[in-house]
Design a protein around this ligand. Structure first.
Ligand code: MHO
Length: 212
């Protein structure tokens, strides 16, 4: 969809990963999302055996449309970044796994800005990104999977579970399934995508065939 120069990746922990997957997934500029386990040391974690990992949402975004500042404001405005009595260990830890010093600088700058705005000092843990373990397929685009008709239609275009998880359209529709956006917004955005008119028409038809 684009070259890497205009793409950046960030990994965030903000509670159960189902909702942030839907929240970020419907935002213009987010290219794709995936949920998984990260931040810990246990090898090959699973939902039942998380070990010291945290539920995270990882996203690739288009830096011409969204900045890390934008992403972080959405992050802190949409969860309660406090540690409550070590509830469920590190599973729901407020966490940012940064990729490089530049990301860390931006994170600290946004934290300071929000504190000065009276929004408080979050208990968000900052750590250097190590490894992301994708969660089981049933957790990817969780809310969208409540709609078999949507999955059936999308599977025609994105046959493998991995293609479905990585599809921008699936991310947007997952946000719709959760009630974070509406169909009009998604249809309008598709017109701005760098695909042919035929492909746009196909996506429109696919969306119209879904029974919600
Ligand atoms: N709804 C679940 C959390 C699932 S999330 C993937 C619960 O309330 O236990 O952690």
């Amino acid at each position: 969809m684009m070259n890497d120069i205009n793409m950046s990746t960030v990994t965030l922990g903000m509670g159960c990963f189902w909702s942030p997957d839907a929240l970020f997934g419907q935002i213009r500029g987010i290219i794709r999302t995936r949920v998984g386990y990260a931040g810990g040391t246990l090898d090959q974690p699973t939902y039942r055996q998380l070990g010291d990992h945290t539920e995270t949402v990882e996203m690739d975004y288009d830096t011409r449309i969204l900045s890390l500042e934008n992403v972080l404001d959405i992050f802190w405005s949409n969860h309660n970044p406090v540690n409550i009595n070590d509830y469920k260990g590190r599973q729901y830890q407020s966490l940012i796994l940064y990729r490089d010093q530049n990301q860390l600088d931006v994170i600290q700058k946004v934290m300071k800005k929000r504190e000065e705005q009276g929004k408080g000092k979050p208990d968000t843990e900052l750590a250097s990104f190590n490894r992301f373990y994708p969660a089981e397929d049933r957790h990817q685009k969780y809310y969208l999977k409540r709609y078999p008709s949507a999955i059936e239609e999308l599977s025609k275009l994105f046959p493998s579970p991995q293609e479905l998880t990585n599809a921008t359209l699936a991310a947007r529709l997952n946000g719709l399934a959760k009630g974070y956006t509406n169909l009009r917004t998604i249809l309008d955005e598709i017109h701005t995508w760098p695909i042919s008119e035929d492909e746009k028409g196909n996506l429109h038809q696919l969306i119209q065939r879904i029974k919600w």
